[in-house]
Design a protein around this ligand. Structure first.
Ligand code: SF4
Ligand code: SF4
Length: 375
């Protein structure tokens, strides 16, 4: 990988999208749909949320206009790479009955290679966590081919949102690896520019064809300063040291009852979470019995049926389900995969209809436990 950082203008970002399309990628990036920034197919910067920002707090998400033409001036919306790499409703097996009465299976369609532009550093970290889930053991037949063909353009965060805590989780606001190209957008009074850095040979190859100018020491210093300031402007923080042990020692805490009184077990938090991976399978046939397929759909530990086994649900109460979710994210995920299952994106806080905040609950549980240990 031999590519020095370059400075692009908006035309350079258009050239990047065009170059990725020319390489055969379906290019996906941030777009505004139904009042939120989500990922959808794009063909130019005109499709991006130009001049749009998002205000986020617990249980609140609103788009607003900016007074500039920033392309990436929002934080994160409800979608991430997850719906593209681990899609819900995907065929994992399908087949048909032939004229002679035998049943033949056919391989599900191979996905087209994709490029995602505008992933945030926390999204990239979430993808790495899902890599460990889906590729750490036997290669998942849905995730594997989508992930292997993926080109990633990450956009560093200089304006963290009200529910962000990636700095606490060491996943942002600057991506440090695992991307093909990393971009930092700077909107200054006199010039709007993007620092673009390659993180792979493919990234360097694409970058070399975009016609950018070499980044100066001043450009690099400005970006370092902005990203350093961003790390200190997170809307939330979470002290992770010793947290898994404290949470595992809090399984009987009365705090879970209190949370259960507010939690509606709606599963929003798991649907928007970029690391949650639980799924169920359903078998479908047509009415004539000629076509059949097995479909994998997202499921959630907040659904009672999810823990149904041998005639009953293992976690019949909301208390048990929220406890399962939070302790898995921040404690038992470490036992399972050697890392926490949370990247600090804040989506579960923003999109919880009653504003339950994982950082506040984990902090309160840890504080209660510490206090109990000192009584
Ligand atoms: S648990 Fe919440 S903050 Fe953590 S990765 Fe999932 S959605 Fe983001
Ligand atoms: S914590 Fe919030 S988003 Fe998650 S299931 Fe409960 S009410 Fe729904």
């Amino acid at each position: 990988m031999t590519s020095a950082p370059v400075i692009l203008d908006r035309g350079g970002i258009d050239a990047l999208i065009e170059a990725l399309r020319a390489r055969g990628h379906t290019v996906v990036g941030p777009v505004v749909r139904a009042g939120a920034v989500v990922f959808g197919e794009i063909s130019s910067t005109d499709d991006l949320p130009v001049g749009i920002t998002d205000d986020q707090e617990a249980g609140t998400y609103r788009l607003a206009s900016r007074d500039d033409e920033a392309l990436f001036g929002y934080v994160v919306g409800p979608s991430s790479a997850k719906p593209f790499l681990h899609p819900s409703g995907v065929s994992v097996w399908e087949g048909e009955r032939t004229a002679d009465g035998s049943f033949v299976t056919r391989a599900p369609e191979e996905p087209a290679p994709m490029a995602i532009l505008g992933l945030r550093p926390c999204d990239l970290a979430a993808m790495t966590i899902q890599d460990h889930v889906f590729l750490g053991g036997p290669r998942d037949g849905v995730y594997g081919p989508r992930r292997e063909g993926l080109f990633t353009v990450v956009v560093n965060c200089i304006e963290p949102g009200g529910t962000c805590f990636c700095a606490s989780m060491n996943t942002g606001p600057r991506a440090t690896g695992g991307f093909d190209i990393a971009i930092t957008e700077v909107v200054a009074a006199n010039r709007h520019w993007f620092l673009a850095e390659a993180g792979s040979d493919d990234g360097a190859d694409v970058l070399s064809g975009l016609g950018g100018s070499d980044a100066s020491e001043d450009h690099l210093a400005i970006v370092d300063r902005l990203l350093g300031e961003a790390a200190g402007q997170m809307g939330r923080t979470l002290v992770t040291e010793g947290l898994p042990e404290l949470l595992k020692a809090s399984l009987e805490s009365s705090r879970w009852d209190e949370i259960a009184e507010r939690c509606m077990a709606c599963a929003n938090c798991t649907l928007v979470c970029p690391t949650c991976f639980c799924a169920t399978v359903e078998d479908e046939t047509d009415l004539a019995g000629l076509e059949a397929r097995r479909v994998r759909r997202w499921d959630s530990c907040f659904n009672e049926e999810f823990s149904y086994i041998h005639g009953g649900a293992l976690r019949p109460s909301t208390y048990a389900r929220y406890r399962q979710w939070l302790t898995h994210k921040l404690a038992t995920w470490v036992d399972q995969f050697g890392e926490m299952g949370c990247v600090g994106c804040g989506r579960c806080i923003t999109w919880c209809p009653v504003g339950i905040d994982i950082t506040a609950e984990a902090t309160a549980l840890a504080a209660d436990r510490k206090e109990a240990a000192h009584v």
